[in-house]
Every structure is written in C-alpha cells, then in structure tokens.
Design a binder for this molecule. Structure first.
Ligand SMILES: Nc1ncnc2c1ncn2[C@@H]1O[C@H](COP(=O)(O)OP(=O)(O)O)[C@@H](O)[C@H]1O
Ligand SMILES: [Mg+2]
Length: 262
C-alpha cells in the first residue's frame, strides 16, 4: 500500500542575492512498512527534502500525498494533529532542546500533545518506551545533557515512536555515532519497523548505512533523484555517476546482505 506519494517537488532558496535550487522535480513513493534509503553527496538536497516532507520548510511546487491526504495542504490544528503520523529523527535532534529538559519530558511531550495515552498512564508509557529502546526507566529523571550521543539518539527514537507514527524521516540519524553504536541503533530501527510496520525515509550520505536498512535506495544529485531501485541493484550495479561515486567510497559494500531476500 502506498503511504507516501511525492510528485515533482521544487524548492529554491534565495541566498546572498542568488538562487539555489535545492529540489528540482523530486518524485518518489514509499509503501507502508518500507525503508527508502536516500543517498547523495553533501549539498544534493537530501535535508531539504526531509524538511519539506516534515513540513518544516514549504515547497515551491509539487504535491505530497501522505496516508491518502493532501499533506502540503494541511495547516493549523489539522497539521498539528496529523504530525503524529510522520515523525523525524535528525543527527542531533535533541541539540535543539532545552538542555535542562529531562529525558522523560522529551519523550512525554508527544504523548501529551497528541493525547496518546491518558495522563495517569504517561509515566508508565515513558518507561515502556525507554525500555523498548534499551534504556533503563530511571533515565526519565536525567537531564538530556547528561546522556551520551548514542543514548540521545535512542531517546530521539523513543520520542519519534511515542506518537505511533506511520512514517519516520531519519536525516543522518546515526551519522554522528561510532561504528559499533551505529550498528546497534540500526538494529533497533529495523526491529521497530518489523514490530510496528513503520515506514522510513532514511537519509544518509553513507551508503554502508543505507545498505544495512534499505529495501530501496534513491540517489540524489543537484536536487534531482538520478537513480532509484532495489538496494542491491543500486549498490551492486550503480548506473549514474553520482551513485558510482558513492559506491566507490565504500568498498566494503560488496557482498552486503539483501533486505529483500527471504
Ligand atoms: N536555509 C538555506 N538557505 C540557503 N540555501 C540553503 C539552505 N538550506 C540548504 N541550502 C542549500 O541547498 C542545497 C541543498 O542543501 P541540503 O538540502 O542541506 O543538502 P544535503 O542534506 O544533501 O547536504 C545546498 O546547496 C545548500 O547550500
Ligand atoms: Mg543534510
């Protein structure tokens, strides 16, 4: 079932008297429970696409249907309510938070805002979410600045799944983590997807990360999607120069596992 259907998105930024075309006719689809990996060199427009889809910046043109609705037409209270369905995890999503916020309040916010569980059950739900991402319930009382980078990404994931979304946009969500932590967080994300049927748009400049989690991969270059297909095909037989450059940067990709294989 198609969850997300993006057609011909354009986005330009005015910057220092000139215009930067960040998205140039981007189209893609994502099915329920599927992971689309989005790769591309720095500046190719990946984060802009993530921000347009999560309604953090407006598009100049194009359409987005999400869960059967005209997603870009939603506004006000309607948009606030529907945001529960599409969540996001950024490279340092919690860097934007009040450093004095507690871990518990960060995870509880979406439960309250979207009225996911009755007030009396929120503490228990926060504990269950912490447990699900592999952290002790006692972490709820900690200050967000007193947890490590890896723990912080787990907390960001707990926050993202708290509102029971159909889709999560992850923008370089594991890029700041060292390799062993990164693998654990990727395993957690794959397990959560299998449990809950969440679709991921997984943005990374690193094809090795995408190879581990993606069903399909799309390659961006200068604001356009220049190639897309099953992950093994794009990685095993890249057609565009942009894809070949990314594959060439990660020689250990050869022999990767195929998430589509049974
Ligand atoms: N707020 C902004 N103002 C002006 N230009 C921007 C802004 N955000 C991104 N850009 C430009 O848009 C292009 C795409 O950037 P971005 O979406 O961040 O790419 P990526 O995430 O693939 O590195 C780049 O040329 C970048 O400099
Ligand atoms: Mg980016």
């Amino acid at each position: 079932m198609t969850l997300l259907d993006v057609k011909n998105l354009d986005k330009r930024y005015a910057s220092g008297g000139r215009t930067v075309t960040a998205l140039d006719g981007v189209s893609l689809t994502l099915s329920a429970g599927e992971t689309l990996g989005l790769a591309g060199a720095s500046g190719s427009g990946k984060s802009t696409l993530a921000r347009v889809l999560t309604r953090l910046v407006p598009a100049d043109a194009g359409t987005v249907r999400f869960g059967g609705e005209d997603w870009l037409a939603l506004s006000g209270g309607e948009l606030r309510r529907r945001r529960s369905r599409m969540q996001m995890v950024f490279q340092d999503v919690l860097g934007a938070f009040n450093p004095r916020a507690t871990v518990g309040s960060v995870i509880e916010d979406p439960l309250r805002i979207h009225d996911i569980v009755p007030k009396a059950e929120r503490g228990r739900e926060v504990a269950a979410l912490l447990d699900r991402v592999g952290l002790p319930a006692a972490y709820a009382a900690r200050s967000i600045r007193d947890v490590s980078g890896g723990q912080r990404q787990r907390i960001a994931i707990a926050r993202a799944i708290a509102s029971r979304p159909a889709m999560i946009v992850l923008d370089e969500a594991v890029s700041a983590l060292d390799v062993s932590l990164r693998e654990k967080v990727l395993e957690l994300l794959v397990a959560l997807q299998e449990e809950r049927g969440i679709a991921y748009l997984f943005v990374s400049h690193d094809l090795a990360v995408l190879a581990a989690v993606s069903h399909r991969i799309a390659i961006m270059d200068a604001g356009r999607i220049v190639e897309s297909g099953p992950a093994v095909e794009v990685i095993g037989n890249p057609q565009s120069s942009a894809a070949r450059a990314l594959v060439g940067a990660v020689p250990r990709l050869i022999g990767q596992e195929d998430r589509n294989a049974v």
